[in-house]
Design a binder for this molecule. Structure first.
Ligand code: FEO
Length: 171
């Protein structure tokens, strides 16, 4: 059984991951409305990834004999100025999530909860990847520009992304 403090903090993180899913689905729907099919695809995959992050925490809380309690998810923004703006916000959001994960690790350590600390290390590595991916896309859009052929190229590249569930979450 998890300590109450840890259980509450992990439940909060489940909410944060579901908010991330909701935010990225909102970004996908914005991109659909602009005819940016590749960008929309990328964010739909990102939405699935965030759901899988929430479910990883959900599974862990249950495995430890504790209780998942779902709470209201905030409404995400619905409009962005441009593809660059949407990816800049993605990067900023992921940096914020990294901060939340780091705080959870600090808490697990201060409570001597080694199992939770160990489980969270997956998220520590994942956040490095999440930030690097978003940063890479921001850099490429800045490089090629947001108009005409440059944007078409980026959109085509983002259309190729597929969802791959982590090996330990398959089936
Ligand atoms: Fe669940 Fe994008 O971090």
């Amino acid at each position: 059984m998890l300590k109450k403090k840890i259980e509450t903090a992990l439940n909060k993180q489940i909410n944060a991951e579901l908010y991330s899913a909701y935010l990225y689905l909102s970004m996908a729907s914005w991109a659909e409305s602009k005819g940016l099919d590749g960008v929309a695809n990328w964010f739909r995959i990102q939405y699935q990834e965030e759901q899988s992050h929430a479910m990883r925490l959900y599974g862990y809380v249950n495995e430890r004999g504790s209780r998942v309690k779902l709470t209201a998810i905030d409404a995400p923004p619905t409009d962005w100025k441009s593809p660059l703006a949407v990816f800049k916000e993605t990067l900023k959001h992921e940096q914020k999530v990294t901060g939340l994960i780091n705080k959870l690790v600090d808490l697990a350590r201060s409570e001597s909860d080694h199992a939770t600390d160990n489980m969270l290390q997956w998220f520590v590595s994942e956040q490095v990847e999440e930030e690097a991916t978003a940063d890479g896309i921001v850099c490429r859009i800045e490089l090629v520009g947001e108009k005409g052929e440059g944007l078409f190229m980026i959109d085509r590249e983002l259309a190729t992304r597929v969802f791959t569930p982590p090996a330990d979450q398959e089936g």
